[in-house]
Design a protein around this ligand. Structure first.
Ligand code: B12
Ligand code: SF4
Length: 461
């Protein structure tokens, strides 16, 4: 069959290959013809999507769906049905994993199947059934399907031995064709590819929906498997920088150290970063010096808040004094840092937000990103807000970080947005911080990209 896997179009500045779709392509390509369409990279918005489908004529279209993709997915599913009602449609990813029943209900006229969790074993099984026309979907792991108007959801599965999944289908993704600033900001070398070394996170942070797909158990690829992927990316695709996009690459410090020692001995000359962040309690001096020696140029840290009370509410398992100690250890190791912060978490006050803003400015960070809290389906905080009926009706259209989709009691949306702007202004409008950003610009093209991004930020905020 002719399968189209789609990364939805959105307004995000992240233009990065989808490893999820890459792994799925690997799982099905021996029996099917597969194409990965990254609508962000190709500029295929909802208006253009119908024309693309009419021309490409796939048998199956599958969308990767984050919560903030819902509006595009809605329009795109309708466009598929309009183009050809026989095309089979499906969705997978974080949003359907958290709300499979709701998705099957809301999109019932246009959506045939949804997947919960990882789908490397479920998708090939479903395609076999579709091809054989047997219509017994009851054994396909993680599948949400309909029969007699009822939605059924099969238990999900996750592959324990990650090496068995092989590599994402890099020859279909073509990472070398992606733009320079995959993470929407800075880099050292180009072209860049993301890689995933581990899956799963056992920590209970209440705002996070990471485990909804990957689960709480941590699974690791063998070190040789990861290194052979890096060698392939470097030698065959010309990739010079890699981004480890795990939930928390340094979770198992012994594993991370062994990996880095072997990487060092290979002398690939690649630079790397951990743009999704690592926990500060999973770093030590030896690990940091190995990270630096192997080409890590910036470490992103999930700091979240400058208030111990809020950190406790978030079940982050770390205090502000531990954060300070850890940040100083990284600073001493000579590694630049970026911090992630959440403001407007349930239970926050304007004072705790100001504490976070001041805390961020006092730490020796080179960059900071402040997100307004979003109640991700599947996260503990989402469930809690639903339970207390604080979140009766979610406006998914507002579901983006700059939109302040949720506002804690005791403040207005305007006040939260004002604090959000103040956080960026206080952090970035300092000569040494401005100078550092200017010195990190790689080319005129990079400057133009950052400038456009800044203008967009001003408009959206
Ligand atoms: C890597 C990552 C990114 C990368 C994404 C790269 C990409 N192009 O896909 C980057 C850094 C760009 C990113 C950005 C953002 N991310 Co992110 N990200 C992750 C992270 C850490 C891992 C995702 C991953 O690659 N997993 C590995 C692959 C193998 O799994 P997968 O992609 O989920 O795919 C599997 C299944 O989901 C399923 N599947 C997926 N798609 C499909 C499609 C079909 C048809 C089928 C059948 C199955 C299927 O099968 C796949 C294989 O098993 C997750 C946390 C987590 N652990 O899941 C957060 C996460 C997905 N991100 C999240 C968010 C919110 C964002 C941002 C909105 C944040 C921001 N600051 O703006 C942006 C949005 C960017 C965008 N343009 O869409 C949330 C999503 C929550 C939600 N309900 O929407 C998560 C869960 C983290 C969290 N905060 O809780 N992210
Ligand atoms: S925020 Fe990071 S450490 Fe916390 S649960 Fe999510 S992935 Fe794990």
């Amino acid at each position: 069959m002719k399968i189209l896997l789609v990364k939805p179009y959105n307004i995000s500045d992240h233009i990065q290959p989808s490893l999820g779709l890459g792994y799925l392509a690997t799982a099905i390509r021996d029996k099917h013809s597969v194409r990965i369409l990254d609508c962000i990279k190709e500029g295929v918005n909802a208006k253009k999507f119908g024309a693309f489908i009419s021309k490409y004529k796939p048998d199956v279209v599958g969308f990767q769906c984050y919560t903030f993709d819902l509006s595009f997915v809605n329009k795109a599913l309708k466009a598929v049905r309009r183009a050809d009602k026989d095309i089979i449609t499906m969705v997978g990813g974080p949003h359907p994993s958290a709300m499979p029943e709701e998705m099957m209900d809301v999109f019932k006229k246009y959506l045939d199947f949804a997947f919960v969790g990882e789908a490397e074993s479920g998708l090939p099984e479903l395609l076999d059934i579709l091809q054989s026309r047997k219509k017994d979907y009851s054994k396909v792991p993680g599948l949400a399907w309909r029969s007699g108007g009822e939605v059924h959801i099969n238990p999900k599965s996750a592959v324990d031995d990650l090496d068995k999944l092989g590599m994402p289908a890099w020859d279909l993704i073509l990472p070398e064709k992606y733009p320079e600033s995959q993470h929407g900001a800075f880099f050292k070398q180009f072209p860049i590819a993301p890689i995933m070394v581990t899956r799963g996170c056992p920590f209970p942070c209440t705002f996070c929906a990471g485990s909804i797909v990957a689960g709480r158990k941590i699974r690791r690829r063998s070190i040789d498997h990861v290194l052979s992927e890096l060698t392939y990316l470097n030698k065959k695709r010309g990739i010079k920088e890699f981004h480890i996009i795990d939930d928390n690459f340094t979770m198992d410090m012994a594993y991370a150290k062994e990996f880095l020692k072997k990487l060092k001995s290979m002398n690939l000359g690649m630079t790397w970063s951990v743009p999704n962040g690592v926990r500060m309690d999973t770093l030590d001096r030896e690990l940091l010096s190995l990270m630096k020696e192997t080409g890590l140029y910036m470490v992103s840290l999930g700091i979240e808040s400058g208030s111990d009370n809020v950190l406790k509410l978030m079940k982050k398992g770390i205090t502000t004094s531990q954060i300070r100690r850890s940040v100083h250890m990284i600073h001493k190791a000579g590694i630049d840092m970026a911090g992630f912060f959440i403001i407007g978490y349930p239970g926050e006050t304007k004072d705790t937000i100001r504490q976070t803003i001041n805390f961020a400015a006092r730490l020796p960070l080179k960059r900071a990103n402040f997100f307004t809290y979003l109640p991700f389906p599947g996260s503990e905080s989402y469930r809690e807000l639903k339970r207390t009926k604080e979140l009766e009706h979610v406006n998914w259209k507002r579901f983006y970080f700059t939109n302040a989709a949720y506002v804690p009691k005791g403040m207005t949306r305007q006040e939260l947005k004002k604090l959000h702007r103040a956080a960026f202004a206080k952090f970035y409008l300092r000569p040494r911080v401005v100078f550092y950003q200017l010195m990190s610009i790689q080319s005129l093209r990079h400057f133009m990209f950052l400038f456009k991004r800044f203008c967009r930020w001003v408009v959206f905020n």
